[in-house]
Write a protein of this length. Structure first.
Length: 374
């Protein structure tokens, strides 16, 4: 089918400053960093911010999927809603769960065959976290319902790959719209059932500081309310930093329409933009509360290849000592220059600067973005 939005994207270029925080920790609990342009920058991984955006979208009323290894539990619950007994629901869930088990654990010692089956049916070592939309869960549970909640015969092939292919056929045709905004935005990969794969419409870059950053160390102590001797009962240290981050996010409208359909396109744009605005990584929020909003954003609607600002040269401090204003200047200057150099290939359909005009709210920005779609 024709898609009027093919190769059309909304690109969010966001600047956001945080004081003392540890927004995203590495394996030793320190704030994540990266070397960019030969200097160390603060970093927040793309998956960290994506999860917070997805969680924020759950509060906005659009249909969302469930991402879980416990697919058997998900199907069992829906089967119970449709009238299955506890035993029937559990058996139906295990049928679906076995399809996506990566590898059955080998029995240790002399386990009975029944025990081995139980391990395979409840193993957490799934092929991947599986993303299912509400409609897909209903279709699968509905098939069991039509079969009298029998765990036999719904998916008959013995090999896992064939079983997964049968499940994909059961869910629906590849060109059917998925009724879960987060699956459409963030994609889905199912190794054993390619027909279930969904290309992500949203692309997130790792957020990096626009300037050089050095992590600092906080030494702290804790007192025991019941202690009788002076001194601390516990001592420790935590790393933190402060930074002005550049966030680049691209939303492919053509891919979003292909997966989700046009009916909810305006709602999806609004919910995604709102979630981008409010979502903040939640690491150490009780001790180093990071609650800083967007400071500035240039949001472009374009046709053509994606364009990210590299901030390859770290911005210098302003005369007042901050990094925000130099970062805004660099961001604007880079994009303006590339627009001139790209000429007709820049493909600009709209450009909106948020954060400087108090009369141009986030709601006004969303309305402008929605004006580009039917």
């Amino acid at each position: 089918m024709s898609n009027a939005y093919t190769n059309t994207r909304i690109e969010y270029h966001i600047l956001q400053s945080f004081p003392v925080t540890c927004l995203n920790r590495d394996d030793v609990g320190a704030p994540k960093t990266a070397v960019v342009g030969g200097v160390t920058r603060a970093r927040v991984s793309s998956q960290c911010w994506k999860r917070q955006v997805r969680l924020a979208m759950k509060e906005l009323g659009l249909p969302m999927g469930t991402r879980t290894k416990l697919i058997g539990l998900l199907i069992a619950r829906k089967c119970k809603e449709l009238g299955a007994s506890d035993e029937q629901a559990k058996a139906c869930g295990q049928v679906i769960e076995k399809i996506f088990i990566k590898e059955e654990k080998k029995a240790k010692g002399k386990k009975k065959e029944q025990e081995v089956e139980e391990v395979a049916a409840t193993d957490d070592d799934n092929d991947t976290l599986l993303f299912l939309s509400p409609r897909e869960v209903e279709i699968i549970a509905g098939a069991f319902h039509e079969n009298g909640f029998s765990s036999e015969g719904v998916i008959t092939a013995k090999e896992q790959k064939k079983q997964a292919a049968e499940l994909a056929k059961l869910i629906g045709k590849p060109d059917e719209a998925v009724n879960a905004v987060d699956i459409a935005l963030f994609g889905r990969m199912v190794a054993k059932a390619a027909d279930m794969n969904v290309e992500a419409a949203a692309s997130f870059a790792h957020a990096i500081s626009t300037h050089r950053v050095s992590n600092e160390v906080e030494f702290f102590t804790a007192l025991d309310d019941l202690q009788t001797e002076p001194g601390s009962a516990h001592m420790g240290s935590l790393e933190f930093n402060s930074a002005t981050y550049y966030r680049y996010v691209s939303l492919d409208l053509g891919q979003l329409v292909q997966t989700l359909g046009e009916e909810d396109l305006k709602k999806a744009i609004a919910a995604f933009t709102q979630a981008l605005f409010v979502a903040v990584p939640n690491a150490r929020q009780t001790t180093q509360s990071g609650a800083s909003p967007w400071e500035f954003a240039r949001v472009l609607v374009r046709k053509g290849q994606r364009l990210q600002v590299p901030f390859e040269t770290p911005v210098p401090k302003s005369r007042d000592g901050g990094y925000l204003q130099p970062s805004i200047k660099e961001l604007k200057g880079y994009l303006d220059k590339k627009e001139k150099l790209y000429s007709s290939l820049f493909g600009k359909l709209g450009s909106y600067d948020w954060g400087e005009d108090e009369a141009f709210s986030i709601d006004a920005l969303i309305a402008k973005l929605q004006s580009h779609v039917q």
